[in-house]
Design a protein around this ligand. Structure first.
Ligand code: ZN
Length: 251
């Protein structure tokens, strides 16, 4: 069982459960004791089955796994621990100085936050909400090819929530912007932490209301309605919320 803690800077001890993090890659339960020598920051992020869990921030990592592989694995608890390690390592690497007055930030003694002792502001781990949606028309699902995807890969319409926008309006805007379609009967499905490096992905389903598929040509280069009865294109990897929502439709 995992119990999270405040994520404070620490030194690694020999019996710690160490998770090394380098951007999206992690190595679980590595053996390293001397953190002072290499000066890489390490954070006490909790307790796992009686062992202290330490997230070690590395600029290079030989071996390890992509965090996605761990999310797709058997243990939801390990996925949570590695996601937390990845998110906090990213947050602490970005938030070192107060964005307002440039004072070095200090760790709070009582909560997972950083404090500016000069201007009094507190800074919490930054979470970026995002949406993903399966749009359905005549028992077919809308799948789109993003310009950043590998060749042949199709997935759901997705995007980040903008300032002063709620989740529902973000879904409607993204679908209209990316593929030129209006939707109705929007329903929430599930949400998922997505620490790449700091997203919270919220998944929805909706029905087509009006419009012809018109890819925006920038983010989305191709999109179409796909029937479960026909061969499907290359889909997002297992373990992703996109894949689960697509499979939920196919079932
Ligand atoms: Zn400040």
């Amino acid at each position: 069982m995992f119990t999270p803690s405040l994520g404070k800077l620490t030194s690694i001890k020999s019996d710690d459960f160490v998770i090394a993090v380098c951007r999206d890659r992690v190595a679980v339960d590595i053996k390293t004791e001397n953190n002072a020598e290499n000066k890489n920051p390490a954070f006490d992020i909790g307790n796992y089955n009686g062992k202290r869990v330490v997230a070690l921030s590395l600029s290079q990592l030989n071996g390890g796994q992509h965090l996605r592989e761990i999310l797709a694995g058997e243990s939801a608890e390990l996925a949570h621990i590695c996601s937390l390690a990845s998110h906090l390592v990213w947050w602490r690497s970005v938030y070192k100085f107060c964005p307002t007055c440039k004072t070095v930030l200090k760790e709070s003694e009582t909560e997972r936050s950083l404090i500016c002792e000069s201007c009094g502001q507190s800074f919490y781990p930054v979470i970026a909400p995002a949406i993903i949606v399966s749009v359905v028309k005549d028992k077919k699902i809308l799948l789109a090819h993003n310009a950043k995807f590998p060749e042949g890969r199709y997935s759901l319409v997705a995007g980040f929530v903008e300032a002063a926008e709620n989740l529902e309006n973000a879904v409607r805007r993204e679908v209209l912007e990316e593929v030129g379609i209006r939707i109705k009967n929007l329903r929430y499905l599930e949400s998922e932490n997505w620490s790449f490096p700091n997203s919270l992905m919220t998944a929805f389903t909706a029905e087509w209301e009006s419009g012809e598929i018109t890819p925006d040509g920038v983010e989305i280069t191709s999109a179409n309605w796909f029937s479960p009865a026909e061969p499907l294109p290359d889909l997002p990897p297992k373990g992703s919320v996109a894949r689960r929502v697509i499979e939920r439709f196919l079932d």
